[in-house]
Design a protein around this ligand. Structure first.
Ligand SMILES: N[C@@H](CCC(=O)N[C@@H](CS)C(=O)NCC(=O)O)C(=O)O
Length: 218
């Protein structure tokens, strides 16, 4: 049994979608970051980093990074429909793109949404956002080129957890990127059609709207 600490409209949705695709039993605990619920002593005791998602396995393991949660679930249960096993040559491609998405693509997303954390002065906000959006656009373009050459999924014809990660990023990328990315759209569309994913995506979009109204935490 797993417990996922999460909130609709955040990247925690990617972990939720992977859980739904596993067919395993899990429960969700909503942590509202707009109400600072990720900064309570109770939540810091679970994740001292103060971020979501967090996955708690009733075997005692706690995992606080989205990519680690995805790989942990796929590997622990040998779910080859979600991730090639370590001896499969496609595993290298999976790891490569997962880390790229988490470390390079997602980084300017957070910088853009949380520009107030990076600005030295109040009037720097727009410049920080512009710089972050520019970095995002360039990195997103590299994903697009990979999918044009080797798509429709990151692993060619084979769907995997990295496509879920892309789908979730694509739901908030419109604000950052200012051109068309048809191969990313196609990969996202195919992923969004999956029966386990479609209803979660709908809740995620509602969560995105709510967070946009209330604002991300300081
Ligand atoms: N490195 C973590 C970062 C998680 C993260 O930043 N989550 C956001 C929601 S998308 C969050 O908890 N934000 C609250 C904050 O930074 O105060 C991961 O990739 O899972």
């Amino acid at each position: 049994m797993y417990t996922l600490y999460c909130q609709n409209g955040t990247r925690a949705t990617a972990a939720h979608m992977v859980l739904a695709e596993t067919g395993l039993r899990y429960e969700l605990r909503q942590i509202d970051i707009t109400a600072n619920e990720h900064r309570t002593p109770e939540f810091f005791a679970i994740n001292p980093r103060g971020t979501i998602p967090v996955l708690v396995d009733d075997n005692g393991a706690t995992i606080c990074e989205t990519i680690a949660i995805m790989l942990y679930l796929a590997d622990k249960h040998a779910l080859e429909h979600l991730a090639p096993v370590p001896t499969d040559p496609l595993r290298a491609t999976l790891l490569d793109w997962l880390v790229y998405h988490a470390a390079e693509v997602q980084e300017p997303v957070k910088r853009s949404y949380y520009a107030h954390r990076y600005a030295l002065r109040a009037n720097d906000l727009e410049a920080v956002r512009e710089h972050a959006n520019d970095a995002f656009q360039k990195r997103w373009q590299l994903v697009e080129e990979h999918l044009i050459q080797q798509g429709p999924f990151h692993l060619g014809d084979r769907f995997s957890v990295v496509d879920i990660y892309l789908l979730v990023t694509s739901t908030y990328s419109g604000k950052l990127a200012n051109s068309e990315f048809p191969a990313i759209e196609e990969c996202s569309r195919r992923t969004a059609e999956r029966p386990n994913i479609a209803p979660i995506l709908e809740d995620h979009r509602a969560g995105l709207e709510r967070i946009a109204k209330l604002g991300v935490p300081q």
